[in-house]
Ligand binder design. Sequence first.
Ligand code: SAH
Length: 381
Amino acid sequence: MDKNKKCPHYKKCGGCQIHNLDYTDQLDFKMKKVVRLVGRFHHVENIIGMDNPYHYRNKVQAAFGRDKQNRIISGVYQSSTHRIVPVDECLIEDKKADEIIVTIRKLLKSFKLKTFDENRMTGFLRHVLVKRGFSSGEIMVVLVTGSEEFKSRRSFVNALLQRYPEITTIVQNVNNRRTSLVLGSKSIVLYGEGVIKEQLCGYTFTISPKSFYQINPIQTEVLYNKAMQFADIKKDDVVIDAYCGTGTIGIIASKFAGQVIGVELNKDAVRDARKNARINNVENIDFVCDDAGRYMVNLAEEGLKADVVIMDPPRAGSDVKFLKSLVTLSPRKVIYISCNPETLARDLMYLSKNKYKVRKIQPVDMFPHTEHIECVVLLTK
Ligand code: SAH
C-alpha cells in the first residue's frame, strides 16, 4: 500500500494542512502535539493510524460555479475564500461520491441547467452533497439549489439513476439565501426515502441531509470501541452520553448498561437520536434536549447519580458549568472524547485539580492528511 500518494490540489485547496508530510511523519507530528499538550497528565498511547489513509470521507460536498472562461466547475472553496478550486478527485473523499459529482456536472450541461451565481443571486445549482454508508452501501445525493423550480427534474433524476443505480435517495435542498451555509431549510425528496441507513458497531443509524455523522466510519469504530473498553460499563450502571449528537455512542453503550441518558442541544439531532434508539429496539435509553452543562447542574441539584459519563464536546471543549457539576455528580469514570487537544488540555487541568486522575490517553487518527486530532481519555477518581 502506497501511503504517500500526493495530491495535485494540495496547495490551492488547503483542506489537507499536513499532506506535505509522509503518513508516518503525519502520525509522528500528531503524537508530538498530543504529548506536548496533554502529556503532563499521563503517558500517551501510540496514535492509531489507518492502514489505508485515503478515501475515508463518507460525506463529500462540492460547490458549483463557473471559471473565467465561463465553463462549469465543481470543487472546494479555497480555504478562507469563496473561490472554487476545481477538484474532480480528492484523495480523502469517497471515490464513488466524487464520480457522482463529476457526472452531475456533465449532466447540467446536457440539461441546460445553470449553476448558481452568488453575486447576482440567480441561477440554479449551488452545491452537491453526497453521503455514503460504507457498510450499508446506501448513497444519498443532495442537490442544493438557489430556487425551487427544477426544470426537467424527473428526467434529470432518471438520468442520474441510470448511471448510478446504487444511489438510494435523491433530495433537492433549496437554499435561496445569501449565506456561506451549504444547506437551506427546505428539502424536497425527489427519489427514495430522503435518508440513508448505515451500520456502526453492530447498530443501524439513520443519516439525513443535515444530521451530524462521523465522517470517517472506519476509525469511528476504532474510537468507539476504545471508548467502550475504557468505560468498562457494568450492567447496573447509569451512563450519561453528553453532547450525544444522534445518539451513536449512547446506543452502543446501552447493551452494557442499566440505563443511558443522552444530552444534546440540537433538537434535530435529538429527534434523530430517538429514532435511532427505536430502529435498534433499544429501550434503556432516553434523550434530553438541553445544554449539557445546565442538565448536569440539574442532575447534581436533584442529587441523582451517574456511574459513567461519556462526553464528546465540540472543538470549543466543555465549560466550567459542566465540569463543576460533573465533579459534584462524581461518576466512577469519565470518558472524554475530544477533537481538539487544546481544549482537552484545559478541561483535563480542571478535572485533575478536582479529584479526577487521567488513566489513559489514546489518540486515534480520524482525519489523515489534515491537522485535526482526536483523542479518547479515561479518568477515574
Ligand atoms: N457524540 C456524537 C456527536 C459529537 S459532536 C457523535 O460522536 O456522533 C458534538 C455535539 O455536541 C454536537 O451534536 C453539538 O450539537 C452538541 N453540542 C454543542 N454544544 C452543546 C451544549 N452546550 N450542550 C449539549 N450539546 C452540545
